[in-house]
Design a protein around this ligand. Structure first.
Ligand SMILES: NC(=O)c1ccc[n+]([C@@H]2O[C@H](COP(=O)([O-])OP(=O)(O)OC[C@H]3O[C@@H](n4cnc5c(N)ncnc54)[C@H](O)[C@@H]3O)[C@@H](O)[C@H]2O)c1
Length: 269
């Protein structure tokens, strides 16, 4: 159902890898709500070829960019404004990758080159997107940038590994850059802290099945789906949330404020 919440808005959506990706659902919902946008992902992800399917369905242009490369980001933003015919109103940062997680290195045996890569891809890339956009004055007033995060930034989930540190940095960049961009150009920056969700990045975390089921039982509303996350992103891109900025917004069925649930008590009784 469309309420045309994003009618006339132009965006850039990072991170749609396959149909499970949260960014994929955001693209579909943004399209339904009347937005036009470009799709982007790392050149290596393009080889899997699935993104073109989404682009065809959304009438969107795909522009490859490694989110750690300032040059790629400059090209992405320039081309996006050309293709879309003006400045940008919303950006989704839906990017995460840790070589330590991928290669099974434990947190207390980290490889520091990989740790650096985790920070660059999963957190500093948001700073780079914002800095490039601000320098180019590429985002309209009241524009909205949303990045996706996870509660491991606040609490320990042992196998989330160095991604926890990356998410803490991501949320800090959101506050700090949100201040500077808000003052200068009235651009909003927020993170959405999503429930565990079955995707390529999510399932890569050791013990994922265990903690997705645990989160389900620990959330009064149950885990939030990727589609519901996409709907929340759409509201954050819309003018209905104009004064929300520099926030970490939990979209987790109540998990973050729950000490214990009846379901969990029963399992231990
Ligand atoms: N799945 C979950 O349980 C969950 C929960 C909370 C938050 N998140 C966050 O949601 C976001 C999206 O993840 P997802 O679960 O949809 O998984 P996903 O694997 O579909 O998406 C991750 C994306 O990051 C992209 N990426 C990796 N390196 C990149 C680079 N150098 N440049 C540009 N893009 C790059 C990948 O190609 C992929 O499209 C991530 O930030 C993730 O941490 C996921």
């Amino acid at each position: 159902m469309s309420n045309n919440l994003l009618q006339g808005k132009r965006g850039i959506i990072f991170g749609a890898l396959n149909e499970q990706s949260i960014a994929w659902k955001v693209a579909e919902q943004a399209k339904t709500q009347g937005a036009t946008f470009t799709l982007t992902n790392a050149p290596i992800a393009m080889r899997m070829g699935e993104i073109q399917k989404l682009a065809d369905a959304c009438n969107a242009t795909v522009i490859p960019a490694d989110a750690t490369s300032v040059e790629d980001l400059e090209n992405l933003i320039t081309q996006s404004m050309e293709v879309l015919g003006g400045k940008i109103d919303f950006i989704l940062h839906s990017i995460g990758m840790s070589p330590n997680v991928r290669k099974g290195r434990p947190y207390d045996g980290t490889n520091y080159d990989w740790y650096h890569k985790t920070m660059d891809v999963s957190a500093m890339s948001l700073h780079k997107v914002l800095q490039v956009a601000k320098k180019m004055d590429a985002i309209n007033e009241w524009g909205s940038v949303v990045a996706l995060t996870y509660i491991a930034a606040q609490r320990v989930f042992p196998d989330y590994n160095d991604m926890s540190d990356a998410k803490s940095l991501l949320e800090s960049i959101t506050r700090s850059f949100g201040y500077h961009y808000g003052e200068a150009k009235k651009v909003r920056v927020n993170t959405i802290s999503q429930s565990p969700t079955v995707t390529t990045a999510g399932s890569g975390v050791k013990g994922f099945d265990g903690f997705i089921n645990y989160a389900e039982d620990m959330s009064p509303l149950g885990n939030a789906s990727a589609l519901d996350c996409a709907n929340y992103c759409v509201t954050m891109f819309s003018d209905l949330t104009k004064y929300v900025t520099m926030q970490n917004l939990f979209h987790d069925g109540g998990f973050s404020n729950t000490g214990v649930t009846q379901k969990v008590i029963e399992k231990f009784s």
